[in-house]
Design a protein around this ligand. Sequence first.
Ligand code: ZN
Ligand code: ZN
Length: 107
Amino acid sequence: MNCPYCLAPGTRMETHAHLGRDHAEQVRMSRDEAKGRLLFALDCPFCDEGLERVANPRGREPGFLEEFRREITLVAFDLLLYHLHASHAERVGLPPIREEAPAGGTT
Ligand SMILES: [Zn+2]
Ligand SMILES: [Zn+2]
């Protein structure tokens, strides 16, 4: 497959690692101090669908956030890869998903 940002070729795993290494800045994070949680968001490079999730550092020390940030970045790109596979497979050189989409989807 190809990286959705710079078209670098690689396997899905290689691309995942590449995204976390070279495109980590694509993942936006913000801290919700009041609730002690972390919000992260990542826009799809091909459509308006944004990914947004809440992560819970589970009482980790603030100093852990940098390390946590790395984990979150990889989680976010995993979600993006899943979305790319489901919606933009041909644009990143992935084989299209064959299984049928759920009928009467909720989105
Ligand atoms: Zn890239
Ligand atoms: Zn998309």
